[in-house]
Design a protein around this ligand. Sequence first.
Ligand SMILES: Cc1ncc(COP(=O)(O)O)c(C=O)c1O
Length: 427
Amino acid sequence: MEFENSLAFAEAMDANDELAHFRSRFIIPEKDGEEQIYFLGNSLGLQPRSTQKYIQHILDDWGRYGVEGFFTGKTPWYHYHDQLAYTLSLIVGALPHEVVVMNQLSVNLHLMMVSFYQPEGRRNKIICEAKAFPSDQYMFETYLRHLGLNPDEIIIEIAAREAEYTIRTEDILHAIEVHKNELALVMFGGVNYYTGQVLDLKTITAAAHQSGAKAGFDLAHAAGNIPLLLHDWGVDFACWCGYKYLNSGPGAVGGVYIHERFHHDISLQRLGGWWGYDKEARFKMEKGFKPVLSAEGWQLSTPSMILFACHKAALEIFEEAGLEKLFMKGQQLSNYLLYLLNEINSRSKNKSIDILTPQTEAGKGCQVSMLMLKDGRKIFDELGKQGVFADWREPNVIRVAPVPLYNRFKEVWKFAEVMRNCLKFKV
Ligand SMILES: Cc1ncc(COP(=O)(O)O)c(C=O)c1O
């Protein structure tokens, strides 16, 4: 698509956007009566207007029926989960019974380690990204210590090459090949939280499997942001959170995908709880753990219906909008932003922005990360004053994510305009 740097062009894009009306389904933060530019859907997605109503339904049923609400009312709580898993299965490219909605991301990563990290003699290494999101690093470190292993001897981190910002797939594949006889697990973030880089999950999974290792992914920044085909790619497990692109609120319930080939394997290690017990026999309260023979067999505790209600409100909007259209608009928004940033650079005597995010469709989703070479903090503060919600990461990185459900092309244009003005020259 041919882009133009003008407000009129951006407004024309919005006028032709068939998803534009979904913006009105969200509460947009305002200051002095003016809507702000919210580019932090990669951190905490905005609140759907329907969330309150769905929570109220739970409160009403709780008030009216007490514990009977599990089996009575408009949406009996006992089966509430099924409505969430179906939409999520479309979002992550899984079969509905391969998805379970439970706990939160860091907890779920620990639970998946129990089942999918099975060190055996020499085969005990884990390949992951250097500078992974801290929770993933702490999860590996503490889980390995819990097993009596030394993380420094187990973890092999893959970093970007010197003077590069993103990890090359060939470097991941090379490490898998080198360590193929001692590898137990390959685990990466599907979209890197810092650079916004999308990894080639299909190729990494195939290489991990060829070496005899399991492949799992942290999809915090991928679920609802990029197309995923976890089942077809044969991914063993994946975990994500509900509060970023999935708009399900602060501390939202998380999601887990487990490939169906593991569902009937009772011998697979796992931590159990009564909510993961065979649904038909759960209330017999018998001794001896018999898991549900689906991803639901990894549940432990009674889920929070309030959190489920928030998730349902948000997921319904995804289904209504259609994933293909959403992902296409997400690409267009980030492409437009990249076009405007590249233009700022090309008109500037000295380059002022290094773009960390890969600039190809396969290499990115909505997020664009910029290393500011000039006046980074000043520009970030000015963006805040002008009503732009962006994210600052040391040493000099601004991350933004214009998301397709509630952001506009006009906002992308305005963001670049503020940057241009801050850099004190006109494009
Ligand atoms: C990539 C990634 N992994 C893990 C986490 C931790 O998630 P939680 O706090 O829901 O456990 C986050 C949180 O932002 C994240 O971005």
